[in-house]
Design a protein around this ligand. Structure first.
Ligand SMILES: [Zn+2]
Length: 330
C-alpha cells in the first residue's frame, strides 16, 4: 500500500517502523510532514528473509523519494527487541526474527546514507518529547499498551537504554506475585493482565465470548460481567505498576499509547483512580494519551534520521502527523 502527498523543498528523511505484522516506511519532508508512505507485510515464517524484505523496503523508499524530487539526507529504522543503538545492531527481536543483524552497516552500504537504528518504543518516546504529549518535558514515561507493554523512560531529556539495552521492559514487572503464567516464563507479569493482547487472551481463557479483541471487551463491560472483571483487573494492574514507576522515577507525566489507550476515558479514568489511591503522600503525575498514536515510532525514527544526518530537529517538528492515519491508496 502506498500514499503520496506533494513533496516539499529541502532534504527529506526516510523512516521505517518494523513490526511483527507490517513494516511501515515513510518519506518525511524538511518541514516534518509525512509525504509518502509504504506499508508492506512482514514476511511470514519460512518465507523471504525479514532482513532482505526490510532492505528492499528501504531501497524502495529511497527511489520513491528521488522520483518525487526529494533528496534523502538520512534514514532511521526502528524495531522491537534488544537494539544496540550505539553499534546499530538489532541483537534479538523474536517477533520479527532478527538476531545480531548489523542493520546500520547493511543499510548504509545499500543506500549510502547516514543510518540511525533505534528501538521502536524509545523512538516513540522521542517523538512525544519533541512534538507530542510530553513536549518540552525532560522527565516522563511513555507506555504503548499493545501486543505487550514496554516503556520509554526519559530522564533529563534522554531515553534510558540501560546497561545492556534492555531498560523499559515493564511489561514483565510482577504485579501479582505467583500469578498467571506469562510467555516470558515468569508469573504475574503486568502484560498478562493489562496489554491489549494479554487482556483479550485472558478473557478467552476465562471462558469469554470467542473472537472479542480488547476494544470489543471494553465495549462489552456494561453487559458482560467477565468483560467487566477482566477490564477492571487490567486497569488496576496498570495503575499499580504506574504507582511503582512514579515512586521510582518521579515523572512529570505518563503517556499511554497503543490499542488499549484507544478506549479513552474508560481506561484513563480507572487507571488514574488506582494510581492516585496507591499514592498517599504525593500527587500522581498527569496521565495523557499519546499524541501520535500508531505513528509515534515512525515520527521518532524520522527524528533519529535527521539527527544522524546532522540536521536540526526544532521543537514541534513532525507535529503535523498527529491524529488520524494518513489516507492510503494503491
Ligand atoms: Zn513476563
Amino acid at each position: 500500500m502506498t500514499h503520496t502527498d506533494v513533496p516539499s523543498a529541502g532534504p527529506c528523511v526516510l523512516a521505517v517502523d518494523v513490526g511483527g505484522t507490517t513494516m511501515k516506511g515513510v518519506v518525511v519532508g524538511e518541514e516534518g510532514r509525512i509525504r509518502h508512505s509504504v506499508v508492506v507485510s512482514s514476511p511470514a515464517e519460512a518465507d523471504t528473509s525479514p532482513v532482505e524484505a526490510l532492505r528492499g523496503l528501504c531501497r524502495q523508499l529511497n527511489s520513491d523519494a528521488l522520483a518525487l524530487g526529494a533528496v534523502p539526507a538520512g534514514i532511521g529504522v526502528v524495531t522491537p527487541g534488544i537494539v544496540d543503538e550505539a553499534a546499530g545492531v538489532v541483537r534479538y527481536a523474536s517477533n520479527i526474527r532478527f538476531r545480531d543483524v548489523p542493520l546500520r552497516t547493511l543499510i548504509r552500504d545499500d543506500l549510502g546514507l547516514p543510518v540511525a537504528v533505534g528501538h521502536d518504543v524509545r523512538a516513540a518516546g522521542v517523538a512525544e518529547a519533541v512534538s507530542g504529549a510530553a513536549r518540552g518535558l525532560d522527565n516522563f514515561l511513555m507506555l504503548p499498551l499493545g501486543t505487550g507493554i514496554a516503556a520509554t523512560v526519559v530522564l533529563n531529556g534522554e531515553p534510558v537504554a540501560g546497561a545492556d539495552w534492555s531498560a523499559g521492559e515493564v511489561g514483565h514487572m510482577p504485579v501479582h506475585p505467583g500469578g498467571e503464567l506469562c510467555a516470558c516464563g515468569q508469573r504475574g507479569c503486568l502484560e498478562v493482565y493489562a496489554s491489549a493482547g494479554g487482556l483479550a487472551r485472558r478473557y478467552i481463557r476465562l471462558g469469554g465470548t470467542p473472537g472479542l479483541d480488547s476494544r470489543a471487551i471494553a465495549e462489552a463491560t456494561c453487559t458482560d460481567p467477565l468483560a467487566r472483571s477482566v477490564w477492571d483487573t487490567a486497569t488496576h494492574a496498570l495503575g499499580t505498576a504506574l504507582a511503582t514507576l512514579t515512586l521510582t522515577l518521579d515523572p512529570a507525566c505518563i503517556v499511554l499509547g497503543g490499542g488499549l489507550a484507544e478506549a479513552g476515558a474508560q481506561l484513563f479514568d480507572q487507571v488514574r483512580a488506582t494510581l492516585q489511591s496507591a499514592l498517599a503522600w504525593r500527587a500522581a503525575p498527569a496521565l495523557l494519551p499519546s499524541a501520535f498514536g500508531a505513528r509515534a515510532a515512525q515520527v521518532g525514527a524520522a527524528i533519529l534520521a535527521r539527527r544522524a544526518a546532522g540536521l536540526a530537529v526544532p521543537e514541534g517538528w513532525g507535529a503535523q502527523n498527529q491524529g488520524s492515519e494518513v489516507p492510503r491508496s494503491g
